[in-house]
Design a protein around this ligand. Structure first.
Ligand SMILES: Cc1cc2nc3c(=O)[nH]c(=O)nc-3n(C[C@H](O)[C@H](O)[C@H](O)COP(=O)(O)OP(=O)(O)OC[C@H]3O[C@@H](n4cnc5c(N)ncnc54)[C@H](O)[C@@H]3O)c2cc1C
Length: 151
């Protein structure tokens, strides 16, 4: 869904100054140690779906900021990362299937577009398993990098 100007992740050329609207980053201890401070929302731990949405956001965003022409080391690092990620994924059966997928389908890391499309296909493999529609991988970059806004 287009929502006006697409928010973008910062590129390396942009300032890395952290801007935080809250000027106070001090730790304020609770007056009652058995209760969290009242300004914490009491959110529950993630379920498989919530974990999945957050994880896909991370993975596709990593592809969106991966170099267009990565070095050999960057390609090796990305392959190692995906193997390790699958091995420590907090939903064990999801991680096991992802590991099997990676073994059958070696991650494509020669370019940003290769990685983005590979991840899109990996995500589609899970979509099919869960009975969800496939995403058209020609649009991965619009969904995760450029946004849908018309020029
Ligand atoms: C590695 C991994 C393995 C998983 N395995 C399982 C499993 O075995 N069982 C299980 O129940 N859940 C699994 N999940 C979670 C599952 O994939 C979903 O994240 C979860 O069901 C929530 O789905 P959703 O409909 O909110 O959208 P998600 O599938 O989380 O997608 C989020 C957004 O990504 C976009 N999108 C959808 N498909 C693609 C694509 N192919 N390429 C690019 N963008 C796309 C869409 O905009 C969508 O709204 C796994 C998640 C991960 C990261």
């Amino acid at each position: 869904m287009a929502t006006g100007k697409a928010p973008k992740l910062p590129s390396k050329k942009e300032s890395s100054t952290v801007s935080n609207s809250s000027s106070s980053s001090q730790f304020i201890p609770s007056t009652n140690p058995s209760e969290p401070p009242s300004f914490y929302k009491k959110l529950d731990p993630p379920d498989v779906a919530q974990l999945g949405r957050s994880s896909w956001t991370l993975l596709h965003s990593i592809a969106a900021t991966y170099p267009e022409t990565p070095t050999t080391k960057q390609q090796q690092d990305m392959k190692s990362f995906l193997h390790l990620f699958a091995g420590v994924y907090p939903c064990w059966y999801c991680g096991e299937d992802f590991q099997k997928y990676i073994q059958k389908n070696e991650p494509l890391t020669k370019s940003q577009d290769d990685l983005g499309k590979w991840l899109c296909e990996a995500h589609n493999d899970v979509n099919v398993k869960l009975g969800k529609p496939k995403f058209d991988c020609n649009f991965w970059k619009r969904r995760w990098k450029d946004g849908w806004d018309e020029e």
